[in-house]
Structures are given as C-alpha cells and as structure tokens.
Design a protein around this ligand. Structure first.
Ligand SMILES: [Zn+2]
Length: 240
C-alpha cells in the first residue's frame, strides 16, 4: 500500500536534498582528512566524519579485526556477509554511523590489500599514502573521526602494543594484576557476549581502560584507579 503518508515519510525536503547532494558529492578527497605521525611507525588518519572514515577503513578493519577477534582465518567481507551481518532489520548500517576508531597492523594491511580487488576511492587514498610513508620497518595505521582524545588513546594504545615490545610487556604485567578483579570478568563477558569478540580480550580491555571514558556506558563498571594506571603506562612509554 502506498499511502500519501508512507511516501511523505521518505520524501522530505531533507532526504531529497541529501539524495541529490550525495549523487554529486560522494567522493572522499584529501581535504576530508589530516595525516599525522603520533610516533615512529604509526600513521594516523583523522577524518572529519565517521561515514567517510568508515568507508575508507571498513573492509580493511573487518579483514583484520573481524577474523582476529572471532579467532578465525582472515578473510574479506563478502557482499552476503555485509547484507547478513552489517545491515540491520531497519535497513541501517550502524557501523557506518557509529564506529569512530580503527587500527590496522602492517601485516594485516598487506594481506588485506592482496585480496581486496578493486579499491573504493577512500581505500585507494589510504593505500597511496601508506605506500608513500612507510617502508620495510614495522608500522601501524590508525584511523579516527573527530578529535575525541579518548578515541585516539584507545587506538594509539593498540598501535603501541603492536610496535613497542617494552610497552606491551608493561601492559601485560599490569593486566596480570587486573585479571584478578571482578571488573575484569565483567568486561570480558561484555566483550564476548555483547560485542562479539572471540579473542584478544586482554588487549581490548587494556585499550578501553587506557581510554577510560566508556567504561560505565559500555561495561557498567568504573575501575577508575586502573584506568589511571593504564593511561599512565601509555604516557610513560609514548615517545615525544
Ligand atoms: Zn580496540
């Protein structure tokens, strides 16, 4: 049934404007993001908006995180995966409105690139910049949208954990202590049951503790002293 109300809901002045705008202006360009190097080996892309960030990083991140955290072999997201797992029953793709930070290791970047096929425009820009800025030495790519310091700390934590063995050891030692706490068990359960992680729980818990801002909202815990300790480790080990 096509009632007038039914159509009116879709064709509002706003949706019509967005539709025409996006037909003419759907391309990501170099002015939609900035590139910085927070420390040696870490290349950070800071996008203005979450959808542009996600369009550039989605396939790369899912190749890496999706398989890594599910404990399965890395594999590209297929169109059927996309429709079944990422589009919800309202037709929305929350991932593209919501996820504001990514980190990709050198190994995962190279493996993804081999299997990626045709690159989307945002992906091509990232690939070109990475090839220009990195060589044989280990590197890590971080992508963020906006300027939330907690998002940055979360992703830089992952990058440093990957690139700096001293920092990784210090995090692991502190995690040995935190693992005895009830908050640890709660956080692990939320990662597993609600955020669909299958592996690498400790690194992720350490990243959330380091960022410190979403503990109450996402996990319903507030281990403030531990957040401070993990954050201090990041600042102590972060090269200036
Ligand atoms: Zn993380």
């Amino acid at each position: 049934m096509r009632s007038r109300e039914f159509l009116a809901e879709r064709w509002t002045p706003r949706t019509v404007k967005d539709y025409f705008d996006s037909q003419h202006n759907n391309r990501i360009s170099r002015k939609d993001f900035q590139i910085t190097q927070p420390f040696d080996g870490c290349v950070m892309f800071r996008f203005r908006t979450i959808p542009d960030l996600t369009r550039a990083f989605f396939r790369m991140a899912e190749y890496h995180e999706g398989s890594r955290y599910r404990g399965t072999r890395p594999r590209a997201v297929t169109m059927s995966d996309f429709l079944d797992r990422f589009v919800d029953r309202q037709g929305q793709v929350d991932y593209f409105r919501f996820w504001d930070g990514f980190n990709i290791t050198d190994r995962s970047f190279r493996a993804w690139l081999k299997s990626a096929g045709d690159l989307a425009q945002g992906e091509q820009i990232i690939v070109d910049e990475i090839k220009r800025r990195t060589g044989a030495a280990p590197f890590c790519i971080v992508g963020v949208a906006g300027d939330d310091p907690a998002t940055q700390d979360h992703e830089i934590m992952h990058a440093m954990y990957h690139l700096k063995p001293d920092y990784r050891r210090a995090v692991d030692d502190l995690m040995d202590q935190f693992r005895t706490r009830s908050e640890y068990r709660t956080m692990k359960r939320v990662l597993k049951d609600r955020l669909q992680y299958g592996d690498h729980f400790d690194e992720e818990i350490a990243a959330y503790l380091t960022a410190g801002t979403q503990l109450g909202m996402v996990f319903g815990v507030n281990p403030r002293d531990w957040g401070r300790k993990f954050k201090a480790l990041l600042h102590d080990h972060r090269p200036t």
